[in-house]
Design a binder for this molecule. Sequence first.
Ligand SMILES: Cc1cc2nc3c(=O)[nH]c(=O)nc-3n(C[C@H](O)[C@H](O)[C@H](O)COP(=O)(O)OP(=O)(O)OC[C@H]3O[C@@H](n4cnc5c(N)ncnc54)[C@H](O)[C@@H]3O)c2cc1C
Length: 306
Amino acid sequence: MHDLLIIGGGPAGVAAGTYAARKLLKTVLIAEEIGGQSSVSEGIENWIGTPKIRGIDLAKSFRTHLDAVKGEHVTLALGERVTALTKTGDGFTATTDKHEYTARAVLIASGAGRRKLGVPGADKFENKGVTYCASCDGPLFSGADVIVVGGGNAGFETAAQLLAYAKSVTLIHRHKEFKADAVTVEKVSAHPNMRVITHTEPLEVLGENFVTGMSYTDKDTGEVKTLNATGIFVEAGVIPNTAFAEGLVTFDDFKRITVDPRNQRTSVEGVWAAGDCTDELYHQNNIAAGDGVKALEDIYLWIKKQ
Ligand SMILES: Cc1cc2nc3c(=O)[nH]c(=O)nc-3n(C[C@H](O)[C@H](O)[C@H](O)COP(=O)(O)OP(=O)(O)OC[C@H]3O[C@@H](n4cnc5c(N)ncnc54)[C@H](O)[C@@H]3O)c2cc1C
């Protein structure tokens, strides 16, 4: 039996794997791939200590770091997908599409996927104007007309961030009422460069090589309308990769794993979680890595006490 299973190879899992190696814990890090969600990003400008790095290069540096420190203690099980995580005997068993792994402790760092904008053109123009991360890509749209899709708090907070750089921000929302807090809606909507359109159905992302706009149906009149913009920021929610842990640990209403933010412990002794798969409020690489480190410090002390 191993000391620890780490599920995930994004910043949370890799940070934890690095610390596990330094603490000589017998660990298996299971991940479909090393790098995580921002691997697809053209330029990450807020990874502390690195002014700008392509997502693919950040993923490579994660792998290089793991290879440099893993030694005999940390094994990488890459290209494997965990399908079930269960309590067995004195520990836990993770079942993947290829193998079974057992350990006394588990760190779930399986991240999340953004809910995509499911209209024609959205996939084609992803990273060519369609983006899912305002703090990452917002500055690229300085002086531009941009659209935010989504009327929850994330949509309005994204709009507020973009108003600092963009020429204009148009937020479009499916319903007549917003999910976002009234105070936030009022404050953001009051900005002179902000426009809000409710009761819409997005139809298509328009463009040649890059985004030039978006069409939508005005649900009050049935009319098809077009907005001109070079950036479309989608805030339609995130889907955590937690299905394999359902029934083992407690989730919040969005199927994110609830954790104690002091130490990343879940509702089950011996299971920790870190990064975007948890009910952590903010989703960033640095935060995920920090959560992974925090979990590892606590896991180490817990294992030594067993
Ligand atoms: C397009 C985009 C750009 C972004 N740009 C930035 C940026 O510039 N700066 C910033 O700070 N943040 C950025 N973010 C947010 C940032 O990427 C996330 O907050 C961060 O990646 C979360 O890290 P994580 O380790 O929790 O999970 P993830 O990065 O989601 O990694 C999850 C890992 O778990 C693995 N995995 C998932 N399910 C399973 C399973 N069942 N079995 C095995 N392995 C599994 C995956 O393969 C992956 O290795 C961006 C996000 C997106 C979508």
